[in-house]
Design a protein around this ligand. Structure first.
Ligand code: PEP
Ligand code: MN
Length: 360
């Protein structure tokens, strides 16, 4: 798939002087709820109104969406507020119904992007449409699967494209519902610089307190827009209650976000510097997480050695590690001197930790 500026025509045509914002409830619940939230978001920086009509739930028995009737409510939103309307589609029936009801933006959810069969079915149903189609990242941290989803849609002759970064699930507990793994989205952006990239901080966060910071990070990384879940009574929402914000709070968030200067040719020094620095911040955070995980394993080894009354320092093993890291480091453009210093520091910290365990 080639890179073409035309992929972002739909966004450029909006001539926004701020990032694109798509907002609205996780799910359409009632006609009153859908319209009430939409009217509160009218005449703000929000350009498009989202609401899930069919909800993909990880476990059965939860609210699975109001179904096609909700599309009439969205059409009312469009008529009464002028907002574009957006919803998730997960099969060809959804696509046909959404097109019939003049939905402007159709997105493919994270649980659908994981399946090439489903993405292909949606692509075939959408073939040649001039609607805007956004592809969420798959649930699992797999860049190829995400790019493949985009390529399938593009191959169906769809030119108004974009992707949504909503984080990746992980078995490890973290402060996020879905780990951002910013580096994957940054890599996506490097591969497809002309595809609008939108952050969904709501599904990354899982709780509303984190939404502002995540949004700011994404803007610092030059994302083109945000998709944020907003509900007039978040605590009583029928899905994703903990992560939704009131329209009032959303308006405040949009006000507080710092938007970095952008020049048309993208060569503004400060802009590029901010972007690169954000990438460094992300890499440093990942480094700390990895070092923390490594230290935890070292402590487990310390415990095992202690239980079996074995000495801490295992010279042979350590020399093997160092030799291998020096070779691997070379492949990553890292000097032998640096690798030696870096791994000696890590090793020393591991020994200190293991000593504490053995001396207990
Ligand atoms: C949603 O947008 O409400 C949703 C279900 O998102 P995701 O596909 O990212 O889980
Ligand atoms: Mn949701």
């Amino acid at each position: 798939m080639e890179n073409k500026k035309e992929f972002r025509n739909w966004l450029d045509k909006m001539s926004l002087d701020h990032p694109l914002v798509i907002a609205g409830p996780c799910s359409a619940e009632t006609e009153e709820q859908v319209l009430k939230i939409a009217h509160e978001l009218k005449d703000t920086d929000v350009s498009a109104y989202r609401a899930g009509i069919w909800k993909p739930r990880t476990r059965p028995g939860m609210f699975e969406g109001v179904g096609a009737i909700g599309l009439n409510w969205l059409e009312r939103v469009k008529k009464e507020t002028g907002l574009l309307i957006a919803t998730e589609v997960a099969n060809s029936v959804h696509v046909d119904l959404a097109l019939k009801h003049n939905v402007d933006i159709l997105w493919i959810g994270a649980r659908s992007t994981v399946s090439p069969f489903i993405v292909q079915e949606i692509a075939d149903a959408l073939k040649g449409t001039d609607k805007i189609v956004l592809i969420k990242n798959p649930v699992n941290p797999d860049l190829s699967l995400w790019m493949g989803g985009l390529e399938r849609i593009y191959s169906a002759d769809i030119k108004n494209l974009g992707v949504i970064h909503r984080g990746f699930s992980s078995y490890d507990k973290s402060k996020y519902r879905n780990n951002p793994e910013w580096q994957i989205a940054v890599e996506f952006q490097n591969n497809f610089p002309d595809i609008p990239l939108i952050c969904d901080p709501s599904h990354i966060a899982g709780k509303r307190d984190l939404i502002y910071d995540l949004s700011q990070t994404s803007l610092d990384l030059n994302y083109d827009g945000l998709m944020i879940e907003s509900h007039w009574d978040p605590d009583n929402a029928w899905s994703d209650a903990a992560q939704q914000v009131t329209p009032k709070r959303l308006i405040q968030i949009m006000k507080d976000l710092k938007i970095r200067e952008k020049t048309s040719d993208g060569e503004d020094y400060q802009n590029q510097l901010n972007n690169l620095r954000s990438q460094i911040d992300v890499a440093d955070q990942n480094l700390l997480t990895t070092l923390g995980k490594r230290m935890k394993v070292a402590k487990d080894i310390g415990k095992l050695k202690s239980d079996n009354n074995v000495a801490i320092l295992q010279n042979k093993r350590w020399n093997e590690i160092l030799g291998k890291m020096i070779l691997d480091g070379e492949d990553h453009g890292l000097s032998e001197e640096f690798i030696l210093r870096f791994f000696k520091a890590i090793h020393q910290e591991s020994i200190n930790n293991q000593k504490k365990i053995l001396n207990k």
